[in-house]
Design a binder for this molecule. Structure first.
Ligand SMILES: [Zn+2]
Length: 587
């Protein structure tokens, strides 16, 4: 056989083996153990019982509040009961004041008496119950404020316009359609960050009406497609909106009332705003829970239908009266804390696999779907694993750790604090990190950073898990594909390269560690429960929860048992403060 043919075949052989050598070893999982985990999770589930304690008995769990601490004490007691180790409250900064609702009343007293559906915003101060006239602050332009000067003292003031209430022709709850899942599967490298979207044109935060002349030309050069009229309108609206609260406070109004998102008695309500100019940079803005927060005007959110009626009465020349009263208790500003616990590993025990969700919630409901479902699913996953390990004498190789984060609603404080205190400090801009702009800061890592494998997050409501957002980590695909195939649930098969944002996996992803949020069916998360007074146990779907907790347990187990740690994304060029790219990587 001709020498060059043998040579060519040898070359081909070498190339093929080189390619094969580069292929990651096929993922192997312990299918028998996975079946045992599935049996425990799907046939002997405790997840709804756990959720009922977190929501019905201990909800809501507003960060820094005594209720949060009581719920955390219960949760850590359960982890202890299940035999987890190293259970502790993991402290983090910043400091914040606790806030507890003691009493609230809202009733219309003229022209007729009728109860009002309304909620105080979190951290609103107490005010004495009293009846007073209602005024509508009908302001569209800055010059409109003058006509209300001296007219608001001792009054209840409606500060936003009539709400457009529509009939619900489309179902409130939905599951991801196959077509949507297919589109997600075909997504290229990360695009939109999904949750945490921005409202209004993409503008540098320092552009204001005041510095328009000096700044606009430069911006227009950088973003020629920006239309000055749109931008000006946006700035005026922003200025008018921020001035409204300052104005009614300065004019001595009793309380600022606005209509929340939602209708049909569902109100979406979050924290009180500290009146301050719109152009105060994000990281200098005062929060109502800050230790040194100024005294602010009480703020209340009212059901759209009740709110609109008051405006229509005023537009008819009738002066309605309402009686409101609020009693709250503040606790001294203190650091926040996460609840941490673990199942210790064996031969790879200094390496860590984590899963979790945020433990804090807003205050109008019981924090059932945000994020009681994530906390309950993660706790249940730990219970399932511990039960199966004990029953069948199985031992995890890596340590499996649960993180129940505080302060998520105030800016991922708990998970960012954990990562910063234990794994890596970054100088990346926190806002761009929370917007899902990935890693990029200069990192100062700890030895634990090298030993960290992967983090799984659950924080999109009660919906079943349909797959995983891979945050641009292509190396995750064959692993997750194998695990989902092994889990054998036809509804949980989607892998998308896309990012998703707005929650705690970003704290890990933001420092270059594998951190993932599952793809979940929306159900009625956006339409009904997310940050609303209807964020309650009855809106949670039982079978979805069982599936989610069990899949989380299987993922954590598979990650704990694999030979190698979970692959990390190639390191992005570090970006300094403000998100701009800078030089080499500091590890
Ligand atoms: Zn959440």
């Amino acid at each position: 056989m001709k020498r060059h043919v043998i040579l060519a075949m040898a070359v081909v052989l070498v190339c093929v083996s080189a390619v094969v050598a580069q292929q990651p070893a096929p993922e192997k999982t312990d299918t028998a153990a996975v079946e045992k985990i599935k049996a425990e999770g799907l046939n002997n589930s405790h997840v709804m019982e756990i959720l009922s304690f977190l929501a019905d008995q201990y909800g809501p769990r507003l960060t820094w509040s005594p209720e949060y601490r009581r719920a955390a004490e219960w949760a850590s007691g359960k982890l202890k009961e299940w035999g987890l180790q190293n259970i502790y409250f993991d402290g983090w900064a910043p400091l914040g004041k606790g806030w507890t609702l003691k009493n609230f009343n809202a009733i219309m007293t003229a022209p007729v008496t009728q109860p009002l559906i309304a909620y105080p915003k979190a951290w609103a101060p107490s005010f004495r119950q009293r009846e007073a006239e209602v005024v509508f602050l009908d302001v569209k332009r800055l010059e409109d404020f003058d006509k209300y000067k001296g007219k608001l003292k001792g009054k209840y003031v409606l500060i936003n316009d009539l709400v457009n209430v529509q009939a619900h022709f489309s179902p409130e709850a939905n599951r991801l359609a196959d077509s949507t899942l297919l589109k997600m599967s075909n997504a290229d490298m990360p695009g939109g960050s999904g949750r945490g979207g921005r409202r209004g044109p993409m503008l540098p935060r320092n552009l204001t009406l005041q510095n328009w002349d000096s700044v606009w030309t430069a911006i227009k050069t950088m973003q020629p497609n920006l239309d000055s009229a749109t931008v000006m309108r946006f700035l005026i609206d922003r200025e008018v909106t921020s001035k409204k609260l300052r104005f009614v406070q300065e004019e001595g109004a009793l309380c600022a009332i606005n209509a929340g998102r939602g209708d049909g008695g569902t109100i979406f309500v979050q924290q009180s705003t500290v009146p301050q100019p719109a152009d105060v940079p994000f990281n200098q803005r005062k929060n109502a829970y800050d230790a040194d927060a100024p005294t602010i005007i009480p703020q209340v959110v009212m059901a759209a239908e009740h709110y609109n009626r008051l405006i229509r009465l005023i537009q008819k020349g009738v002066t309605p009266k309402v009686e409101l009263g609020l009693e709250v208790a503040f606790t001294k500003a203190d650091s926040g804390f996460n609840v941490i616990g673990e199942i210790q590993g064996t031969d790879l025990k200094d390496e860590v696999v984590m899963m979790g969700g945020h433990f804090d919630s807003w205050h109008a409901g019981t924090g059932a779907t945000d994020d009681g479902t994530g906390s309950a699913a993660a706790m249940e996953a730990m219970r399932i694993l511990q039960t199966v390990f004990k029953q069948y004498g199985i031992q995890p190789r890596r340590t499996i750790r649960i993180g129940l984060w505080g302060g998520e609603e105030q800016g991922l404080h708990g998970s960012r604090g954990y990562v910063s205190n234990h794994l890596a400090k970054t100088d990346a801009d926190p806002l761009s990190m929370m917007m899902g702009a990935g890693s990029g800061g200069n990192l100062k890592t700890t030895p634990e950073y090298e030993k960290f494998s992967v983090y799984f997050n659950h924080d999109n409501g009660s919906g079943r898990l349909r797959g995983v957002h891979m945050q641009g980590n292509e190396a995750a695909r064959p692993i997750f594909r194998n695990w989902l195939t092994g889990f054998n649930d036809p509804t949980a098969q989607t892998l998308t390269l896309n990012n998703t944002g707005g929650t705690d996996h970003l704290s890990f992803d933001g420092v270059g560690l594998p951190g993932f949020q599952f793809i979940q069916d929306q159900l009625e998360y956006d339409t009904r429960t997310h940050h609303s007074n209807m964020d309650v146990y009855d809106r949670v779907q039982v079978e979805d929860m069982k599936q989610a907790a069990t899949l989380m347990a299987v993922f954590a187990y598979n990650a704990a048992q694999r030979d190698a740690k979970f692959p990390r994304k190639p390191v992005a060029a570090p970006r300094g403060p403000g998100g701009a790219a800078t030089g080499g990587v500091a590890r």
